[in-house]
Design a protein around this ligand. Structure first.
Ligand code: FAD
Length: 577
């Protein structure tokens, strides 16, 4: 008991000192003392010195800011659990982007059912301040999209240490039902047990189902199958009113389409029914180089226009603006068995383009796959000496980026700031983009892969909330750069952020109507522009399904009322919406 008192007093003292040195306001100080002491109380339920401190602090806070949300949250009865431990709060306060100063929420919920999520949201909805609630998938956002700020509760959807519903495969019906926080890599493992797999992917599988469905979920299969949001049959969603709603093409249709690509604004996805296909066993993976952008895009567009049996199954590509890039994390494929010497294929050291294609096959077809690939490749106009081929299991192909992740982690190069910029560029202007950005703004140094591949708009459901350019074919351009504090000037965070700003400015000045994918906008005016003539519909759905602006406030599209009570600390970058 004595040890316990000393430990919590010392933690509280540390909190006060920390808050003091962070130059927070007296209200913040009081808030932190209250929070940590109350948490101790919740955890021990013992009459310790914390309890006396809590009583004092609660009384003072009630006088200062009204009834504490902590009291409400602590009283919610859930099958999972809440955590208030500083280390747990810290673990959800940052993301893959590492671009914002971390802001710890009031609490973290580890739900074990949709009802747990609904109970929390009903409490938030009924509270005077309507405190924010954000689902966090795997925290792989770039700009704090899954955070709530200091006055909210983060729902850890992908936490491994809690029982959530297992993926349930229905082989006859060719679908799998999965928990919203399930990682795609686990969905794949489960469905492969039945010889089945989802049809549309992201390049990286350690992302949550709810997280990618809130955006779109794209990779080289999207030209044929559409994005992941085009391959969902049914959802369970907890709305901003705390109702659990089943939705599909037949039932609650507006919510179904709105949630897909809806940036978490209308509800938290707790279950998704994903369409499956027979899983291929092997993949023939081919990369070829181009020095002409026009020839490269002509070939990419030709490949995505093919839809019969005889076609490639995956079409992507990337830009090589400097030699270092060819051996970066996205292209480990080339080395060590296939080391590429750019100088051997490029006469003047200018920009090169790499087309990446795959042919899936079953082991029983291994005799015919060579011929099939040869026939398909005859139509392409790449540099003849630049063909790099490998052959691997389907699961290894899909999980390829994880291998690169492990390598980067071993060199401490994974947990670094990622000022990523993802743009959808209309086909009619991709050549202007190449001249202005790849051959212009980027110079000949970059600090990470630059992906480029086209998609067909008719594979995207116009009723979903995802925003794409107004053309039948558009490109994803993904500038996936990492910032290094001890690297060259061109690898520094400020340099890369400035380059992103210049790219967006260039597009605006050149009137290239790009749309951001995984969008991040600083003002509501920019959001209105992002949604264009769909803004009114988006806003009216928000009014219907999350009228108190509780959900996914980290996207900074709509203002949550409680932000007025605890505005973001001055050190964190905030939107002026
Ligand atoms: P989070 O970052 O945790 O959440 C993202 C947003 O979705 C937040 O607003 C959150 O509140 C909301 N959200 C999370 N879960 C739910 C839910 N269950 N219900 C409702 N809202 C929810 N994207 C692609 O499309 N293709 C790629 O190839 C691709 N590759 C990537 C590779 C890497 C290494 C990384 C870091 C990201 C990549 N992404 C890709 C981006 C990825 O799709 C987004 O980061 C996405 O947000 C998924 O990440 P997450 O599951 O960690 O979600």
């Amino acid at each position: 008991m004595t040890e316990r008192i000393c430990a919590c007093c010392s933690e509280n003292l540390q909190s006060v000192i920390w808050a003091y040195v962070s130059s927070r306001t007296p209200k913040d100080l009081l808030y932190i003392v209250l929070r940590d002491a109350y948490l101790d109380f919740l955890m021990t339920r013992e009459m310790t010195s914390s309890f006396l401190l809590v009583t004092f602090a609660i009384c003072t806070l009630i006088i200062a800011v009204g009834p504490s949300e902590l009291l409400r949250i602590g009283a919610i009865d859930v099958d999972g659990h809440f955590t208030f431990k500083p280390s747990d709060l810290a673990s959800v306060s940052s993301d893959f982007g590492m671009l914002k100063s971390p802001e710890e929420p009031l609490a973290v919920l580890h739900p074990s059912s949709a009802e747990d999520v609904a109970r929390l949201i009903r409490t938030a909805y009924g509270s005077a301040t309507a405190f924010p609630v954000s689902a966090r998938g795997h925290g792989h956002s770039i700009n704090g999209q899954a955070s709530t700020g200091r006055n909210g509760v983060v729902v850890e959807m992908s936490h491994r240490n809690i029982r959530t519903p297992e993926p349930l495969v229905e082989p006859e019906e060719m679908y799998v039902d999965v928990w919203g926080g399930e990682l795609w890599v686990d969905v794949l493992k489960k469905t492969l047990e039945h010889g089945l797999a989802p049809k549309s992917w992201t390049d990286y599988l350690y992302l949550s189902v709810g997280g990618t469905l809130s955006n779109a979920g794209i990779s080289g299969q999207a030209f044929h199958h559409g994005p992941q949001i085009s391959n969902v049959l049914e959802l369970d969603v907890v709305t901003g009113r705390g109702e659990v709603m089943r939705c599909s093409e037949e039932e609650n249709t507006r919510l179904f389409h709105g949630v897909l690509g809806g940036l978490g604004q209308f509800g938290i996805i707790t279950r998704a029914r994903i369409s499956l296909e027979p899983a291929p066993q092997r993949v023939r993976w081919i990369r070829v180089l181009y020095s002409s952008f026009e020839v490269f895009t002509e070939d990419q567009e030709y490949l995505i226009s093919m839809h019969g049996q005889s076609k490639f199954d995956y079409v992507e590509g990337f830009v090589i603006v400097d030699e270092g890039l060819v051996n970066n994390w996205r292209s480990s494929f080339f080395s060590p068995r296939n080391p590429v010497k750019i100088s051997s294929v490029s006469s003047n050291g200018s920009v090169l383009y790499c087309l990446e294609i795959t042919k899936n096959y079953h082991e029983s077809e291994s005799d015919t796959v060579d011929l099939e690939v040869e026939i398909l490749m005859k139509e392409l106009n790449f540099i003849p000496t630049s063909v790099f081929t490998t052959d691997l299991q389907y699961v290894d192909f899909l999980d390829r980026v994880h291998k690169a992740e492990l390598k980067l982690r071993s060199k401490n190069l994974w947990e670094v700031p990622h000022p990523w910029l993802n743009l959808f560029v209309p086909k009619s202007r991709i050549s202007d983009f190449d001249k202005g950005v790849f051959k212009g703004i980027l110079g000949n140094k970059t600090s990470g892969p630059i992906l480029i591949y086209p998609m067909n708009k008719d594979k995207w459901d116009e009723r979903s909330s995802a925003v794409t350019p107004d053309e039948e074919v558009f490109y994803l351009v993904a500038l996936l750069r990492s910032a290094l504090s001890d690297g060259e000037e061109t690898q520094k965070l400020e340099y890369l952020k400035d380059q992103n700003r210049r790219i967006l400015e260039f597009c605006e000045q050149a009137k290239i109507n790009v749309k951001q994918y995984l969008p991040h906008h600083a003002t509501q005016e920019e959001w209105v522009d992002h949604y264009g003539d769909r803004w009114d519909q988006f806003r009216s759905m928000k009014a219907e399904f999350d009228p108190r602006h509780i959900l996914a406030t980290g996207q900074k599209i709509f203002q949550n009322p409680s932000l007025a009570l605890f505005p973001p600390s001055p050190s964190s970058s905030s939107a002026s919406w």
